[in-house]
Write a protein that binds this ligand. Sequence first.
Ligand code: DC
Length: 244
Amino acid sequence: MTKAPVIVAIDGPSGVGKSTVAKQLAKRLRLPMLNTGAMYRAVALQALEDGSDPGDRRAMRRLVREIDLELRTDGDGGVEVWLRGEPVGQRIRTPEVSRAASLVSAHPSVRRRMVELQRVFARRGGAVLEGRDIGTVVFPDTPFKFFLDARVEVRAERRHRELVAAGRGSTLEEVTKDLEERDRRDAGREDSPLVRDESHFEIDASDLLPAEIVERMVGMIRRAQEGDREDAAGDPELAEVADD
Ligand code: DC
């Protein structure tokens, strides 16, 4: 009997530090880490490169039907998104792509296709996935679901620092406005809005270091796994399965 792959869902708004935490957690658990936002960003990049309108539902349906998007592991637990045979790299990390990604991710056809790719990828051998709808839509049945949140000032400062480090000069006010606008769109869209549900384990990341958050997550996952084993030990049939 093979064990079900471990799938960890990390959801939360922009700029909360999900990627850093997801990367460290994936390393600890020896699982690949999939940043699902990068997939929506890659769709947005293609739309911008093709001169298509990211807000046009029909154009995006066509685009995503034919998109040449692949997920490739880099051998170090990382997963890179490839578009038309090339890694997207930093091309998806511009403010224009951020805005376009928020628009393309509202289209149900785009979401359907991305969710399909995410499921195929994670079911192969488990994964840590970070995004907005992982615990609610992509893998609602996984027992390992986290919702990371932080105050908007903390998130804006983080994003601002990242942009400055990348040599892009946006003011903190611009970044804050941009974040608030994207929060509204992500939480307000009809298809798969950013929501936490009662099955998410919630963590306020405002005053915690990534390593502290990872420790909490690992503790919760281990406890859930041990709980499972204890449940299984009381049942001879399940105990056999759990020992495999
Ligand atoms: O996490 P991020 O900022 O790189 O995500 C880019 C955009 O994609 C953002 O507007 C939210 C959206 N997104 C989504 O709708 N669902 C996901 N699972 C991940 C990201």
